[in-house]
Design a protein around this ligand. Structure first.
Ligand SMILES: O=C(O)CCC(=O)C(=O)O
Length: 243
């Protein structure tokens, strides 16, 4: 049975665009995921929809402590769009530059949101999550290319897109960086193992390089849309009910 969000927590999410909560996963659940990941070894599954076939991914993406809250925030029945396990190595493992998820995953109506869960201690020194509070109120912001390649992954990739009326096209996407945001606008979050951050797809967020010599930054993110949403990316159109 999941614990529901209080009115104050929902209000915080709506006003600031994110909400940090401890203990979404127990220590045993965190350890179980990491043990399965160790067993994958160099066969760790790639791709963005491992929740469809890999039990450890499904267990987090459909966890009742997460999904009950997503249902409240999203205002209806949630569908899983993608899952990502992100293990950022010490001594320079790079992060994701400041962005809004709607940039990468166009969807209509825009109901996309995320639950990002720490699987290790995470914070400013090892490349923990950063958010820009209140940024979701400003709509989709214009973005440029990555500025600091020692901090952030820089990539370019073609995606097949498909609209609701059957129209198809190829869209080239690059890693974004929102240049209008300065260091003082960014809030560095400290989240311990099992704790999580819920954030909307218009909330500017990202992470920096892991500057520690010995503290990997481990995190698992699931992105959800409400059931009435069209996702344009062809590789993400197979949506999985979250409950
Ligand atoms: O954890 C990170 O480095 C970035 C995560 C992120 O951008 C996301 O989950 O949408």
């Amino acid at each position: 049975m999941s614990v529901q969000l209080t009115d104050a927590q929902l209000l915080h999410y709506r006003e600031h665009g994110y909400l940090v909560l401890p203990d979404l996963l127990s220590k045993e659940e965190v350890d179980a995921f990491l043990e399965c990941d160790r067993q994958y070894g160099d066969q760790r599954p790639s791709g963005l929809q491992n929740h469809q076939s890999e039990a450890p991914y499904t267990a987090i993406a459909r966890h009742p402590n997460v999904v009950g809250k997503i249902r409240q925030m999203i205002g209806g029945s949630p569908r899983i769009v993608q899952t990502m396990y992100m293990a950022k190595a010490p001594a320079g493992g790079t992060g994701v530059a400041l962005h809004q998820d709607t940039h990468y995953i166009r969807n209509e109506p825009n109901t996309l949101m995320a639950c990002w869960i720490a699987l290790s201690d995470t914070g400013p020194t090892n490349g923990g999550l950063v958010v820009v509070p209140g940024s979701h109120h400003d709509g989709l912001q214009s973005a440029g290319r990555v500025r600091e390649s020692d901090q952030h992954a820089d990539w370019k990739q073609d995606y097949e897109m498909r609209g609701p009326d059957g129209e198809q096209w190829t869209q080239t996407m690059t890693s974004h960086d929102i240049h209008t945001i300065g260091p003082d606008d960014v809030e560095y979050l400290e989240v311990g193992p099992g704790g999580g951050v819920f954030f909307s797809s218009l909330t500017v967020h990202g992470s920096y390089a892991n500057q520690t010599t010995d503290l990997p930054r481990l995190a698992f993110a699931t992105h959800y849309v409400r059931e009435d949403t069209w996702v344009y990316r062809g590789d993400l159109q197979d949506l999985t009910p979250a409950e």
